[in-house]
Unconditional design. Structure first.
Lengths: 312, 508
């Protein structure tokens, strides 16, 4: 309970509410009758209200059942206060209703509807789920709500966040690997390599060599100079620069760049290193949700043959 | 309550204050709680009184009278439309269906989406202005002839008369102690009412859920919980309003009854009693005899009071309870015919015509007064606007949602040119009832092109979320650029929507 909260307010709210209701009843009772001057018979009965000096209104009483409606609202108010927690927080109401309870009830209801559906997909292998339009649709929803912030709503990624819709994978694109990446997350760490490579000029040389691996525009003289210094990088990226999915080290021989493929950006990458972080979704998403979203990601690169593979 | 300009200051004749209004003098019933506690010259009285049951007489003469026939014609028209429309099919679906769960509203060839609420607003404005116009010209035409409250009361009273008999017999029956016959009659009446009410509730629900499916479900008593609720709710509302509440709805609940005075003027046609001609009233039907006794034409038969569904005496002048059903006109004309007096002692007339003794031609000419002309022209303009808006309505809606996580990204094309790419999601709503292929074009930045699928297929009357990638040369200035997306149906060039959005260049 908050420091500013005292039990006094429970009584304050309760007494104020009840007094208001009683006040309404008393007011209603008092206002259903009036005292009027006795009139000579034959004189029309008016409400005695006068506007503009001479404008009067005949007395047209409401039907008696009408006032019963007002009393009914008082009964309703009291019944509500018995059933629901309206009189401060001390009295919980006989229905024991809480907003938290209502929320968890609704979650239970949703689980009853979607749970079996998800469970059915969880039992199926990933390519089969990816081949199922319903499964893809469910996966896409999960992706848009949880993954699209970094990977883009089209899953094509952006700077520092890999494109999931091409055939290039940092850690591998097999069903189990995709699911493992989502479940446990990934820590992609490239250390600053400037010291290992040499001075700034040497770093630029290596950058040109890296560009040459993928036949990108480069300075061949610098690339030739950088080739020898690339040995420091080969531990992770391999001697041919083919990368290593075990470590998440990218293949440098294609034109797919996680952080950008200009000389300046590659120089920056070598100099300062890169820290990529994919959070672990275990605990945030259920196993079935991870399975569905993995199937969606898988389907992005296996749209045609996945369906065919399942049918065989 | 009536304003100072209220027509027919009948109270003057009764010696009341000159501008007393609203307008009925209540006979003080003994049950009104009066005079229990007399203190000097004052009494305590209740502001609420027991409702006095009204037994409107519906049969005068052998055939349907003129206005009564019109009321029945309107009952048939409105009820044929109400009960019949949901059974009508159109292109293999229910012609009129308000599918709330799917948020789609089918009106013959049109499929309205929640985004079309604009049209509903237009229809409501047209309805309100029509009410103003008809009221200014002809008083409470809506109340008297077309309002569901009147129409269902009319139907329920017809059932009542077929089972219990007309006014005198119903009054006698209610005075009787309970007997087997009384139970049988009342039971039969309520059973018939409930049957009509349930059918009405069922039909009403049939506007919101396919009625043929609903009929099968209802026949087997396995309608869904909400269907059951609404059928019973509207059934109960019909039974309660038309069977029990009747004129009380008009007198105590309906706001229109209360503000009608603001829409009347002295040239509005209302149901009126010609006081000058009728007074002084007195019994006796021989015309010469009446003249010699100095009597007016009112023979004090009280039929106008007996037939009134709201229990008023029209001879007291215009009253807010009067729904303008003209039952008293029919009754009075029948009596005038019998008495050999001219018809029209109670008739549709304007306040001015009664005071200045206009003929019908002047009344008609005065219909064209500024108020009516203004109402008519506004109404005409809005109807025209609505018709045009519906006619040019494009059955395609598009929302463009920019990706927020990544603003712009650098990519390269097959030839290695550096490009800047922006990602959007299009919410494409195909509101037509056919499957359509749409193609996208983008304009606004030089070299702009669609990198994702440039065409896609959307199912009939459904929504699809389409990822869209736009690309431009990476040399594009940083910052925001206005671009326009154009979606067009491949089978119909007129189905085309242009949406503005922004394209961001790379930050440098």
């Amino acid at each position: 309970m908050s420091d500013f909260y005292s039990g006094f307010w429970d009584y304050y709210v309760a007494i104020l509410s009840l007094l208001s209701i009683i006040g309404c009843a008393v007011f209603l009772k008092a206002q259903s009758k009036r005292r009027v001057a006795l009139k000579a018979s034959g004189e029309p009965e008016t409400t005695d209200h006068v506007w503009d000096g001479d404008l009067r209104e005949y007395h047209n009483p409401m039907p008696r059942w009408w006032i019963a409606l007002f009393y009914l609202t008082i009964v309703f108010a009291l019944a509500y206060l018995v059933l629901f927690p309206g009189l401060g927080s001390r009295f919980k109401g006989t229905l024991k209703w809480t907003s938290v309870g209502q929320h968890s009830d609704e979650i239970k209801q949703a689980e009853a509807v979607y749970g079996p559906l998800r469970a059915r997909f969880l039992e199926q292998p990933l390519p089969a789920v990816a081949a199922d339009a319903r499964g893809r649709e469910m996966g896409e929803r999960i992706f848009l709500n949880n993954c699209a912030q970094c990977h883009g709503s089209d899953a094509h990624g952006s700077k520092g966040f890999p494109n999931l819709a091409d055939a290039e994978w940092l850690y591998g694109g097999e069903p189990e690997v995709i699911e493992a990446s989502i479940t446990n997350g990934r820590q992609g760490a490239m250390p600053p390599m400037a010291a290992a490579v040499g001075g700034p000029e040497d770093v630029t040389d290596v950058a040109h060599y890296v560009l040459s691996l993928s036949d990108s525009a480069h300075d061949s003289v610098r690339a030739a100079r950088g080739k020898a210094k690339f040995a420091a990088c080969a531990a992770c990226h391999g001697p041919q620069g083919k990368g290593n999915p075990q470590l998440g080290a990218p293949d440098l021989t294609n034109k797919i760049w996680l952080y950008g493929g200009s000389v300046a950006t590659i120089t920056e990458t070598i100099t300062k290193g890169r820290q990529g972080m994919m959070p672990a979704w275990k605990g945030v998403l259920s196993d079935a949700e991870i399975h569905l979203v993995a199937a969606y990601v898988y389907s992005l690169t296996h749209s045609g043959n996945a369906a065919a593979a399942v049918e065989k | 309550m009536k304003s100072a300009g209220s027509p027919i200051p009948s109270s003057e004749q009764r010696g009341a204050p000159a501008r007393t209004i609203a307008i009925k003098q209540v006979a003080r019933p003994a049950s009104a709680g009066a005079a229990n506690d007399t203190r000097g010259s004052e009494v305590i009285e209740s502001l609420y009184a027991k409702r006095i049951e009204i037994y409107p007489r519906t049969q005068i003469g052998d055939s349907l009278a003129w206005f009564q026939r019109w009321r029945w014609i309107l009952v048939w028209i409105t009820q044929l439309v109400f009960y019949g429309l949901p059974w009508l099919n159109w292109n293999g679906r229910q012609a009129i269906l308000f599918d709330l769960a799917a948020r789609k509203f089918y009106l013959f060839g049109l499929v309205m989406w929640p985004q079309d609420i604009f049209f509903l607003t237009g229809i409501l404005i047209v309805a309100a202005l029509s009410l103003f116009l008809f009221t200014a010209v002809g008083g409470r035409l809506w109340c008297g002839y077309a309002c569901p409250q009147t129409v269902y009361t009319e139907i329920f009273m017809w059932i009542e008369r077929r089972i219990e008999g007309d006014r005198a017999r119903r009054m006698a029956l209610d005075r009787q102690p309970w007997s087997a016959r009384k139970v049988a009659l009342k039971g039969a009446k309520h059973a018939a009412w409930i049957a009509v009410a349930l059918w009405t509730g069922f039909t009403f629900a049939g506007f919101f859920t396919p009625i043929r499916t609903l009929a099968v479900a209802a026949a087997g008593f396995h309608t869904g919980p909400w269907e059951t609720f609404w059928i019973l709710f509207y059934g109960f509302a019909t039974y309660g309003n038309a069977g029990w509440l009747r004129e009380q709805v008009c007198k105590y609940m309906c706001p229109y009854a209360r503000f009608q005075s603001a829409m009347f003027d002295r040239d509005t046609l209302i149901v009126t009693y010609d006081t000058e001609r009728g007074e002084p009233r007195g019994k006796g039907s021989k015309t010469n005899d009446r003249r010699s006794r100095g009597l007016g034409d009112c023979v004090e038969c009280s039929l106008c009071v007996q037939v009134c569904p709201t229990g008023i005496d029209i001879r007291n002048g215009l009253q807010y309870e009067c729904i303008g059903c003209a039952a008293c006109i029919d009754a009075c004309n029948w009596v005038m015919d019998k008495a050999g007096l001219p018809r029209g002692l109670i008739r549709y007339a304007t306040t001015n015509s009664l005071q200045s003794h206009f003929g019908a031609a002047t009344i008609v000419r005065r219909i064209l007064r500024p108020r009516v002309i203004v109402y008519t022209s506004i109404l005409g303009a809005i109807i025209a606007g609505l018709v045009v808006a519906i006619a040019v309505r494009v059955p395609l809606k598009v929302d463009v949602i920019r990706d927020r996580g990544a603003l712009a990204r650098e990519v390269s094309d097959d030839r290695g040119n550096a490009l800047v790419e922006n990602v959007y999601r299009l919410q494409v709503m195909n509101t037509s009832e056919q499957r359509r292929v749409f193609s996208i074009r983008a304009d606004g930045v030089s070299g702009l092109e669609v990198a994702s699928d440039a065409s896609f297929e959307v199912e009939p009357a459904s929504t699809m979320s389409v990822p869209l990638r736009l690309r431009a040369p990476a040399t594009l200035d940083s910052g925001s650029h206005r671009v326009v997306l154009e979606l067009q149906a491949q089978d119909d060039a007129s189905v085309r929507v242009r949406e503005k959005t922004t394209f961001l260049g790379l930050r440098r």
